[in-house]
Design a protein around this ligand. Structure first.
Ligand code: GLP
Length: 234
């Protein structure tokens, strides 16, 4: 038996394919109830199926929108340092090294699509897991995303961004092997010149707003990257 919610989901899938573009709004819950002659619960169930498929996404208080094509592609999971450490069974913590408001350096302004010298917040933190230094983070955020004064650097930056309406959804990353400088070796508590992984991340919201430019330096003896890869269907 085909459930009613599956029929509604199929019909929404069709109308997306026929007449909607990424980020267009779907009809409201009430309209969908009237169009399909079903209850609110059935509409919600249908939408949740489509959310799971990555075809649509909800924005709290504004409705449901059509997802963009890249949401379908399988990419490794995007996590914050906090989530990353918790999933590895460790307790994360931070030591703040710097918090300043500055004119964006050229590389940061161009990565974040900002006018030259726009104001950004620069954050440098030493990140630890079970009190062992793991990474050094240098993060730049446009001050329009989160005001410098409102930041609480003892806790997760991504959680604060999410609460402010800028959930980090996608990131372009570049991973490079480096040798640590004397200062960074000291902070990470390893021998001078030790190997490290430098990860440059440019993060964006679900709506494609550029949110963060970050350079995170991970101790190579304490951190690995795991990527799941799949062969394309021929
Ligand atoms: C990782 C990312 C950074 C990001 C940070 C946020 O370290 N490489 O780009 O800023 O996570 O972590 P949290 O939310 O724990 O502050």
């Amino acid at each position: 038996m085909v459930h009613k919610y599956e029929q509604v989901a199929a019909s929404i899938r069709e109308s997306i394919a026929r007449s909607l573009s990424p980020h267009d709004a779907l009809a409201s819950e009430r309209e969908l109830m009237a169009i399909h002659g079903v209850s609110r619960m059935t509409v919600r169930k249908a939408i949740s199926v489509l959310v799971e498929e990555g075809r649509v996404y909800n924005v709290h208080g504004s409705g449901t929108f059509v997802g963009s094509a890249d949401i379908f592609s399988k990419t490794p999971k995007l996590t914050s340092f906090t989530e990353d450490m918790i999933s590895r069974g460790s307790t994360p913590s931070s030591r703040v090294l710097e918090l300043t408001r500055i004119a964006a350096p050229d590389q940061v302004a161009s990565a974040l699509g900002l006018a030259p010298s726009s104001e950004v917040t620069k954050i440098r933190r030493l990140r630890l897991a079970d009190d062992t230094p793991i990474a050094l983070e240098e993060v730049y955020l446009p001050t329009t995303v989160l005001p410098t004064e409102s930041l609480n650097l003892g806790s997760s930056l991504y959680e604060q961004l999410r609460v402010a309406g800028y959930e980090v959804f996608r990131a372009e990353q570049e991973i490079m092997a480096i040798s640590l400088s004397a200062d960074d070796s000291h902070l990470l508590d390893v021998a001078e010149g030790s190997a490290a992984l430098s990860v440059t991340r440019v993060s964006s919201s679900r709506r494609g707003q550029l949110i963060e430019f970050a350079r995170t330096t991970y101790r190579a003896d304490r951190y690995t990257f795991q990527l799941a890869v799949t062969r394309d269907d021929k």
